[in-house]
Design a protein around this ligand. Structure first.
Ligand code: FPP
Length: 239
């Protein structure tokens, strides 16, 4: 990262899109694109840490991804098993805390156990935070928060005027995690696809046509450089 970049995003979020297209362009099965995508993730994580960010949230599997062919789902779950099995010791050594967010009730019990083990192992790490959105959908996240509000209200434990932004934030999967500063989506699509809808209200969005498996630390540095040149006003007027 060049010395001239001073305004580094504390929290980077990434929609890692284009694995399938990357594989198709090479006549390979889709899983090869996801495998190469997992490698790109490892480099992006290192690059985020080097740049001085503190949080990286990745969209690894959306609630809509359950509608993909069963073979692709099981390939992705196997990749996740391998990732948790092979990478967790290195993440722990690197001082990285892992957190998985989403509707984990839909995952196989062995993966849930792996996730619980990995979260418990890394829970006191303070150097960096990797948040993996898995079986995640932002509307579903907001619905489960609203259900809690309804329960608390029905039992008389909250009054309507105690409901504010920080209260809602505290009921989301991401409570205790700052909102993303920079959200990157690869592979040319320019939408949020149900990712961190509440949390990205003021997030800077960065779209690139690079397919996720081709995304290198240089691309991340370019995104951060562009972020650092933008002026964030949070709805206020410019001077
Ligand atoms: C989108 O590409 C990507 C995914 C649905 C999965 C992302 C998963 C990884 C990068 C694997 C690594 C993650 C972990 C935690 C092991 P796409 O299949 O929608 O691509 P396409 O739009 O080109 O078809």
């Amino acid at each position: 990262m060049p010395d001239s970049i001073s305004n580094i995003p504390t929290h980077v979020a990434i929609i890692m899109d284009g694995n399938g297209r990357w594989a198709k362009a090479r006549g390979l099965p889709r899983i090869m694109g996801h495998k190469k995508g997992a490698e790109a993730l490892r480099s992006a994580l290192d690059a985020c840490m080097k740049a001085g960010s503190r949080y990286l949230t990745i969209y690894a599997f959306s609630s809509e991804n359950w509608k993909r062919p069963i073979v692709e789902i099981s390939d992705l779950m196997e990749l996740l098993r391998t990732f948790l099995d092979k990478e967790i010791a290195a993440l722990h050594r690197g001082g990285i805390q892992l957190k998985v967010i989403g509707d984990l009730s839909k995952l196989a019990p062995d993966i849930r156990a792996q996730i619980e083990g990995a979260e418990a192992l890394t829970k006191d790490n303070k150097k960096f935070n990797l948040i993996v959105a898995l079986s995640y959908g932002a509307r579903q996240e907001i619905i489960q928060a609203m259900r809690k509000v309804a329960e608390l209200s029905a039992s008389g434990r909250i009054a309507p005027d105690t409901i504010d932004e920080s209260f809602i934030s505290s009921l989301l999967y991401t409570h205790a995690i700052p909102d993303p500063d920079l959200l990157i989506r690869t592979a040319g699509e320019q939408r949020l696809s149900n990712f961190l809808l509440w949390q990205s209200a003021y997030t800077e969005l960065y779209f690139t046509s690079v397919l996720w498996p081709d995304f290198t630390p240089k691309h991340l540095q370019e995104a951060i450089a562009e972020y650092s040149n933008r002026e964030r006003r949070y709805g206020t007027r410019s001077e």
